[in-house]
Design a protein. Structure first.
Length: 268
């Protein structure tokens, strides 16, 4: 059963040092802090856990990171969480570079050895830094919404589960965006930001109704991960509500946000 989800951005720039001199930019620091707080709230990680040394307890939910990737797969084996795939050498990263031993996620897509893609690495690094115990990472690439939602339902069928859902909005905002500006990015990301920070049934509908072709054209990275979340929400029979603060912003031309959605039953 889905008990909570942390919705976090996918940009490697969240890792301190990856953005070079901009790593301490106030906007980026706010986004990083919001993402860490969202994961800590969703996974039940204690605030005083030592960084990158998660403590396993029987009362906390199983944590599954779901992120966009090159294929639908449950990543298995030993993986090292560096950012070389994004062109960032370990020596530039301020946080220690950990390693994980990953097991195939029960109910997830077919198992396949690592390495992780950049978005999954970011999600796992945020989760570890927040004190969560990550043993499952699922990457998704399919544009089949029904299949992705079925994956979400199956991922959460094996006991209390917290998802770390990795993905961002459009990268086409203004002249400083990673990709060419598109005027359609503004209205789309305004709706996504409202959903992210408000939760509720309406937020689930915004994610469900997001057209995959439109999302791809606007370089919205979170579409697949969000469909997995929709499936998990539907299977839980609950309504998400925002636990704690939520943050959504356009930083250097790309839309990002972070929030913890906790799931309440229909009668709550």
């Amino acid at each position: 059963m889905l008990v909570a989800a942390a919705l976090v951005p996918d940009t490697v720039l969240l890792l301190p040092g990856a953005a070079g001199g901009a790593s301490d930019d106030p906007g980026l620091v706010r986004l990083r802090d919001a993402a860490l707080a969202a994961v800590r709230a969703a996974t039940g990680a204690p605030a005083d856990v030592p960084a990158d040394t998660p403590a396993r307890t029987s009362t906390r939910p199983r944590v599954v990171v779901v992120a966009p990737g090159r294929a639908d797969r449950s990543v298995t084996g030993d993986v090292r969480l560096g950012a070389a795939a994004a062109g960032v050498p370990d020596r530039l990263l301020a946080w220690p570079v950990p390693a994980l031993r990953l097991a195939a996620a029960p109910g997830g897509p077919p198992p396949e050895p690592g390495p992780l893609g950049v978005p999954a690495t970011v999600g796992a690094r945020l989760a570890l830094r927040a004190g969560a115990d990550v043993v499952h990472v699922v990457e998704v690439a399919s544009r089949d919404a029904a299949a992705l939602r079925d994956t979400g339902a199956r991922l959460c069928a094996d006991g209390p589960t917290a998802l770390v859902v990795v993905g961002s909005g459009s990268a086409r905002h203004g002249p400083d965006g990673p990709l060419a500006d598109d005027p359609a990015a503004g209205p789309l990301d305004a709706a996504l930001a409202s959903a992210l920070t408000g939760a509720g049934r309406g937020a689930r509908d915004v994610l469900t109704d997001l057209d995959p072709v439109h999302a791809q054209a606007l370089a919205v990275s979170g579409w697949g991960s969000w469909q997995v979340l929709v499936g998990a929400l539907d299977a839980s029979g609950g309504v998400p509500w925002v636990d704690g603060g939520a943050h959504a912003d356009v930083w250097h031309g790309a839309a990002h946000g972070a929030a913890c959605w906790r799931v309440a039953g229909e009668d709550a």
